[in-house]
Design a protein around this ligand. Sequence first.
Ligand code: MTE
Ligand code: MO
Length: 385
Amino acid sequence: EAYKNEPYRNQEFVVNFKDPFNAEPTPTRLIQSYITPTEHFYVRNHAPVPDIKESAYFLRIEGLIGKPMVLTMDDIKSKFEKVTIAATLQCAGNRRTMMSEYKKVKGVGWGIASLSNGTWSGCRLRDVLEYCKAFSKDSGAFHACFWGLDFGCPEEPDGKPYGSSITMEKAMDPEGDVLLAYEMNGETLTRDHGYPLRVVAPGIIGARSVKWLGRIIISPYESESFFQRRDYKIFHSGIDWNNITDKVWDSTPSLQELSIQSAICSPAPNSTVYLPFTIMGYATGGGGRKIERVDISLDGGESWDYAEIMTEEKGPVNRYWSWVFFRYTITHLNQLDHQKQVPLKLMCRAWDNASNTQPRDVKDIWNLRGVMNNCYHIVDIVVEN
Ligand code: MTE
Ligand code: MO
């Protein structure tokens, strides 16, 4: 019943969960365009999509603020400079299904496509917070907490909407590019993506980019939301549902910056291909770090070669908010000279400008919530003559 007023969605989505709606594009669709068309942009909801009238909408800004305020959409559009950035959003649960295949985790399953790249227009969060005279860190203002207007997620039984927070450092950083966005890909935000106003916090996990933004509270503490305190945290692999304690939850930092990630979107796992063929995929650095290199292996990680990075973002240092696409073409395989079929174990791994790369094995990073799975992506294929 709560889900009877959901927006229309395109039929090509891979739906991981229906109510609340959780869907990702197919891997081949994902790499068809560098800016993901809105209708194919992954959707991660925790509750029914609210139906908000722009004329009835307002944003409250309160907490450690010199001038607490209630702003309308008109205020937001007219009082603050409009800026546009391109940024990839990625759910911390991207590639969770694969982690679950190794050892079961709790959470909605996701393939390799719970991320997308969009352009976002709106005002800078920083400008709004300065306008409202937000306190400085010296006065104890450490976190910008966001509450959505989507009520009814099962994780918040006492009726709180979805919520999350980021640090004031990120919120106020002139180079942090945190926006309150009202447009996506040049058009008014759609309902699924947070109409009429959402946070876009580039470089950090998607969970912090709160949609249908209703309230900003500047606070000495992180958001009290379930999604800040009891989700989106990463433990060592010995922690499971039998031995986890409140102390472990509370002492584990909540995830903010994304780590480095890459995956092969084509060819598909277990497919048969013919020469010549091209391996294609995406790579993204967390925290605005630049992807310097993507390596490809055809033999399960025994040997590596350079992939070609096709789409190079030219950003100021450490503001590489968008993914890159890569490709690697195979025109000849020696084994095919005397064999009809050759099985290949394709792997990719990316490197960023801090020389971070991805972990090899999922078992080294397995964690209870199944978050931040960024191990080498493996695709088994057969090449046929
Ligand atoms: N904001 C609200 N209000 N409610 C939500 O369920 N989901 C978060 C975040 N913001 C969510 C939200 C999560 S976990 C992710 S990954 C991103 O939104 C997804 O953004 P998208 O649906 O626009 O792709
Ligand atoms: Mo997410």
